[in-house]
Design a protein around this ligand. Sequence first.
Ligand code: SAM
Ligand code: SF4
Length: 412
Amino acid sequence: MGYSFTEDENEADLIILNTCAVRESAEDRVFGIVGSMKKLKEKKPSLIIGIAGCMTAQEHIAEKIKKSYPQVDLVLGTSAINALPELLLDCLKGAGFAADISEYDDFSAAAEQVRDSSFKASVPIMFGCNNFCTYCIVPYVRGRERSRDAQDIISEVKELVCSGYKEIMLLGQNVNSYGKDLGGGMSFPQLLRELNKIEGDFVIRFMSSHPKDASHELIDTIFECDRVAKHLHLPVQSGSSDVLKRMNRNYSAEKYLDIVDYIYSKDPDFSLTTDLIVGFPDESDEDFEATLDIIKRVKYDNIYSFIYSKRSGTKAAEMPDPISDEVKGLRMRRLLEVQREISTEHYKRFIGRTMRVLVDDKAKKKPGFLTGKSNEFIIVEFEGDASLIGRFVDVEITGAMNWAVTGKLKTG
Ligand code: SAM
Ligand code: SF4
């Protein structure tokens, strides 16, 4: 429609906030930002402000925006991206508040992207989620699982690799149930094997994998396919089987450890990362200790941990939650402390080895140094020239910190 990008919000004719609804803190931040945009709108009444993304898929939020934030002109539902030009046109014609939060089956536009990296590309392979973990809003705001056609994904990845992309990140809420809705289509391990056949120098990553669907076939495929990274993000959420049951995760701590043991039986140094929720309703001291036990047992290279956030409309929001915020905060600090020790110790296994690294950027606050990600998804810091950004290099690892390993660039 003739719009182009600007970095300066004072210059903008159109501002669209893309929102997340997973935790309440993200929503609060959006309301804060929208509140502060009132001044921009006063200065420039022709400015159009829009809100898109998961927040808008909650009816009470869409209502709140309409009622309490008159500076917002348009609201766009998660699957209504195709409707944006028409809504914009309505706004430009002065039709007032325009909204489309209907659910659409055609998600082709959602798969199209303006890419801001010339060497790393994310490729959505499925949308939505069927799992209904009791704490999670995603199934309510993104709808049921819909997989993209396998040939479309393969063609897209071929094009990306041809244009020089080095890292392909396949995305979905639960990638290992990819294809189940296609009726006789390709499974996720089959898709990985097909993508692995593409000629070129690139690495395939994927996220997230639900442990209940992390089959031996998937793990065998990771080991068989040389372009697939030797790393698995396997969100455990809690080490307590009791909490996992109340979370409706459909696996126990023991079952989860069986998967981990299978992976480590193939490669004891394999890299695992996870998501954890601290302070799920009524999480006891013993439950929390079980979470500490599981992170010590698995030895994750990295964890992404979140304090439980109550999401209205989910089952967990109805559960009694007698644990104070203070206790939850203390547990979070303890978890991070334990993980920091684990990471530093565990990263030492790479010292003396050579890692293949895709160079990401200049190191912040360390002139002359670069950072990149190893095949195992570990951050690697080393001295080198910025011309290496976007390329694969070999780095000999010499040290380990709690967030990265350090090393020396190998030349020749
Ligand atoms: N589908 C992925 C899975 O099941 O692993 C994760 C997607 S979810 C958007 C990302 C992470 O956010 C989850 O793994 C969970 O740890 C966290 N999360 C989801 N709902 C949450 C809530 N209500 N409070 C705190 N963390 C939450
Ligand atoms: Fe949310 Fe992931 Fe559970 Fe789906 S599988 S409900 S996205 S945490």
